[in-house]
Design a protein around this ligand. Structure first.
Ligand SMILES: NC(=O)c1ccc[n+]([C@@H]2O[C@H](COP(=O)([O-])OP(=O)(O)OC[C@H]3O[C@@H](n4cnc5c(N)ncnc54)[C@H](OP(=O)(O)O)[C@@H]3O)[C@@H](O)[C@H]2O)c1
Length: 303
């Protein structure tokens, strides 16, 4: 069993991942900014302050693997210039701090698995995006590029690096899926914009399993899209969800693009963007999805 240090391990993915890996018998050390976090079972906490560039070197010394998830939430607040800087800097600065700690602390870390995002890619261009496509020249595209560049020096230390360009994670606990469900409490299935835009999603259990797979398989090395094999349109996903939750007792409410632009500002670009992303590379590396279709994912989530 391994010791796995997870930065940002208190968030949506990190929470689920820490529980998943600890249930498998691994010792988990969560690197957090929250000094009140209390050890529970196999999960302990260590502290870092990215702004002050301080990090608990003991956590790095103890780790066999590091999973890097930390970063200010992309969808939580409107994208003011300050918020955009925080989203970028929290990722770049934390990655740089981690690399420095790995350089300066004697350690036995075998691999670093870092989150990235499919925000790397632009709007659909005819064929599904693959890992060799260049980053798109917009805010999220260039943010993902700087985020990935900041963690890349890990490879100069002789440590295997895996970057998971993650799609929209479907979980009941938070994130986009929890937002899709909210209006359905009132019987409303909201269709955003035309509803035709493709969402490259992944079930929360599959993203946890993919991190585990990246840890366990040395041949997994470099960048992989962490999306399921069957993206859905916004409309298909929301109607399928409405049917599962409400049977026939729902009405569809289109939310026009201009309303989304007014409410969300620049972030609306991401909600309205169609992004069909390929999962072929990780599947070729042997990863198998538990929830490959939206029907399978919703059956598990809406129980
Ligand atoms: N969820 C998705 O659909 C999705 C999709 C694509 C990519 N991703 C990426 O995957 C990673 C994990 O996603 P998630 O949904 O679990 O994120 P999340 O719920 O927002 O959690 C991220 C964690 O990062 C830490 N954090 C927040 N602001 C920070 C800051 N300013 N400086 C340093 N650390 C900070 C927090 O941990 P502490 O408070 O304990 O320090 C937080 O729990 C993120 O980098 C995210 O961009 C997620």
């Amino acid at each position: 069993m391994a010791t796995i240090c997870i930065t940002g391990g208190t968030g949506l993915i990190g929470n689920a991942l820490a529980q998943y890996l600890s249930a498998k018998g691994h010792a988990i050390i969560i690197l957090t900014r929250n000094k009140d976090a209390v050890q529970s079972g196999n999960v302990s906490y260590a502290f870092w302050d990215v702004k002050k560039k301080s990090i608990d070197a003991n956590a790095i010394a103890a780790a066999d693997y590091v999973i890097h998830l930390a970063g200010a939430n992309v969808a939580e607040k409107r994208w003011s210039n300050n918020r955009k800087a925080e989203i970028l800097n929290s990722r770049v600065d934390s990655a740089q701090l981690l690399v420095k700690a790995l350089q300066e602390t004697p350690n036995k870390v075998k691999a670093v698995i870092s989150a990235s995002a499919i925000g790397w890619y632009g709007p659909d261009h005819g064929t599904p995006f693959t890992e060799t496509d260049p980053c798109y020249d917009d805010y999220l595209g260039t943010t993902c590029k700087q985020w990935e560049d900041a963690i890349d020096p890990v490879t100069n230390l002789g440590i295997r690096l895996v970057k998971l360009r993650t799609g929209i994670v479907l979980s009941n606990n938070a994130g986009a899926f929890a937002e899709f469900k909210k209006p359905l409490r009132f019987g409303l299935a909201t269709i955003l914009g035309s509803g035709e835009q493709m969402i490259s999603w992944i079930h929360i259990d599959d993203i946890c399993r993919m991190y585990e797979y990246a840890i366990e398989h040395e041949q997994v090395n470099g960048t992989y899209n962490a999306v399921g094999p069957n993206p859905s349109s916004n409309k298909d996903l929301n109607i399928a969800l409405a049917k599962k939750l409400k049977g026939k007792a729902y009405i569809t409410i289109p939310v026009p693009a201009f309303v989304l632009k007014l409410v969300l500002g620049e972030m609306s670009i991401e909600v309205l963007k169609s992004a069909t992303v390929s999962s072929a590379k990780i599947q070729k590396a042997g990863f198998q999805f538990l929830y490959p279709t939206i029907d399978a994912a919703l059956n598990e989530l809406v129980r």
